[in-house]
Design a protein around this ligand. Structure first.
Ligand code: UD1
Length: 461
């Protein structure tokens, strides 16, 4: 019998109940919406808590599926994860029994790979599924693996799993990335906090969520600092202590609601919004003619220009922070369907992020996908309701925005993807006057034209 037999299980993804969002468009959104905690900060903070055996407490954690997946993945390792109140999580990693992160976790959420650095650094070994394998997506993790090797880890790849070990403590080193990677930076930094000696990470991602992680690690007693905008230095410690942390607000959720207000010609105030983290995005929206005012931690959005002559076309190129966030590219494309002239969109980071434009076209948008990284959007074009299918989180939220702006009823199939990253999204939209309903089908019936089952529906909103 071979040693790696347990890892040759056949992978069977858990069935997700078919879920649809139905939106009646055409209502300008009005009111105030609170911004939740940042998904991309919270996931890394929960993982970072495994660097110590002491209890860590997090507040302002968003109530989203990705956080629940991370919590369950940690529990499967033997970590105690409590959820004593809404938006509060406590993590105690005193008794980690099982240094194995299975494909089931990686298939649900690529961010599970962030456990590589902390588990390897603290326990000297971990077996972790490759989330970038052909089975579940195209995104590679080679930079993470190279970073661990630079810190002296021994890593072998077999049967879809990375077998990582470090006979003694990891050793601090220079970690040089060929280009910026957010989670690559974070994984290297997490591992280096418990390594022996000094680590320099360059170029280090500059995203606000990385700085939030640095702030938490410092509270844990880690010696980690951003010494230049693109450089993070770490002096490894033998052990870290438990700490508390309040998660920063979600700039991507905030940006999504900014576009929702703009594209419906509404007036919306975002409360607890991270204005400083949205500069490149807000600059594009202002150039398009959207009224946006930042006051402390509120953002006021005025969509009057939609009624008084329309928005102007703008060109958008995504880039690592402080550039225009790739996660805000899909919502911005929806806005650009209502801008006069031709807008060119260059998605410079991911090759699959413009694919959702095909669904936008079904709603009447004039979009041309020139290649996987370039699109042209001609506007303004009135959008109309349609049956659309979404395949990922940001595209999903963007189709809600398109549906809110459209004339008539849109049914968004595959809307469970949106729950991965947006807390109470339909509640928040309902409170702004939107007509939106979530329909969960507990008893799948015949597949419809989209291959999505229809049956006895129950609604949750
Ligand atoms: C994070 C965010 C995601 C965001 C992205 C870019 C989380 C959980 N997710 O993802 O929402 O869209 O940053 O801002 O924080 N790459 C490699 N090899 C690697 C790693 C990355 O080639 O080992 C490539 C990617 O395919 C991509 C580019 O590097 O083209 C940047 O990706 P990266 O910054 O690593 O994104 P994530 O950290 O995965």
């Amino acid at each position: 019998m071979s040693d790696d037999r347990p890892f040759q299980w056949e992978f069977r993804p858990e069935p997700v109940p078919p879920e649809t969002l139905t939106v009646e468009g055409g209502t300008p959104l009005r009111g105030t919406v609170p911004v939740s905690g940042a998904k991309n900060a919270a996931l890394k903070l929960l993982a970072a808590a495994t660097l110590t055996g002491e209890r860590c407490r997090f507040t302002n954690v968003p109530e989203i599926d990705d956080v629940r997946v991370m919590a369950d993945t940690l529990r499967d390792l033997g970590v105690v994860v409590d959820h004593p109140a809404s938006n509060v999580y406590e993590v105690a990693s005193g008794d980690v029994e099982w240094l194995f992160v299975p494909l089931e976790a990686a298939a649900k959420m690529r961010a599970s790979f962030i456990l590589l650095g902390p588990l390897l650094a603290r326990f000297g070994r971990v077996i972790i599924s490759n989330p970038g394998g052909d089975r579940i997506g195209r995104r590679p993790v080679n930079l993470h693996v190279d970073a661990m090797r630079a810190l002296s880890a021994e890593i072998e790849y077999r049967n879809g799993y990375y077998f990582a070990r470090s006979p003694g403590r990891l050793r601090g080193s220079e970690v040089r990335f060929p280009f910026v990677s957010v989670m690559g930076t974070e994984n290297a930094m997490l591992a280096a906090t418990l390594a022996e000696g000094h680590t320099v990470i360059r170029p280090a991602a500059r995203e606000p969520e990385v700085d939030d992680l640095i702030a938490f690690l410092q509270r844990m007693g880690a010696e980690v600092e951003r010494t230049y905008p693109d450089t993070i230095e770490v002096e490894g410690r033998k052990r870290l202590r438990g700490a508390d942390h309040h998660v920063i607000p979600d700039r991507i959720e905030a940006g999504t609601f900014v576009v929702a207000a703009a594209v419906t010609g509404g007036d919306v105030t975002l409360r607890g919004a991270p204005c400083d983290h949205l500069e490149a995005f807000l600059d594009v929206l202002r150039r398009a003619g959207v009224g946006v005012e930042c006051r402390g931690d509120t953002i006021e959005v005025h969509g009057d220009a939609l009624r008084d002559g329309g928005y102007r076309s703008v060109n958008v190129t995504t880039a690592p922070y402080p550039g225009f966030a790739t996660d805000l590219q899909p919502p911005t494309c929806v806005l650009l369907t209502q801008a006069t002239g031709t807008s060119r969109v260059h998605e410079a980071i991911f090759e699959d992020r413009l694919e959702f434009l095909g669904e936008l076209r079904r709603m009447g948008a004039d979009v041309t996908l020139e290649d996987p990284h370039h699109a042209a959007i001609v506007g303004p074009r009135p959008l109309h309701g349609a049956e659309v299918e979404v395949g990922d989180l940001r595209a999903g939220a963007s189709m809600i925005l398109a549906a809110l702006a459209a004339d008539g009823r849109t049914r968004i199939h595959g809307s469970h993807h949106i729950n991965r990253g947006y807390e109470n999204i339909e509640r928040k939209f309902l409170d702004l006057g939107a007509r939106i309903e979530r329909v969960i089908d507990p008893s799948p019936g015949e597949p419809n034209a989209h291959g999505t089952a229809e049956g006895n529906a129950v609604t949750t909103s």
